[in-house]
Design a protein around this ligand. Structure first.
Ligand SMILES: [Zn+2]
Ligand SMILES: [Zn+2]
Ligand SMILES: [Zn+2]
Length: 67
């Protein structure tokens, strides 16, 4: 099958190390979601974690870090 349309320079992203929190490699455009701390407050486990982090505290009160 032809995948010419799907190739959009993804090779450049492979040089970037995967995210420490979610394990995904990310493009520079998405770097904020993976590196910028989010002060969601209310939860000692995920406060200050980037947006991509998923809190495993089932009582986590913040919406930013839930699934
Ligand atoms: Zn991430
Ligand atoms: Zn949070
Ligand atoms: Zn939390």
């Amino acid at each position: 099958m032809s995948a010419d349309a799907a190739v959009t320079g993804a090779d450049r992203d492979t040089a970037r190390p995967p995210c420490y929190h979610c394990g995904e490699s990310f493009a520079a455009a998405n770097a904020v979601a993976h590196t910028e701390p989010v002060d969601c407050g209310g939860c000692p486990r995920c406060t200050g974690m980037p947006a991509c982090y998923t809190c495993r505290n089932m009582y986590c009160p913040c919406e930013e870090h839930q699934f």
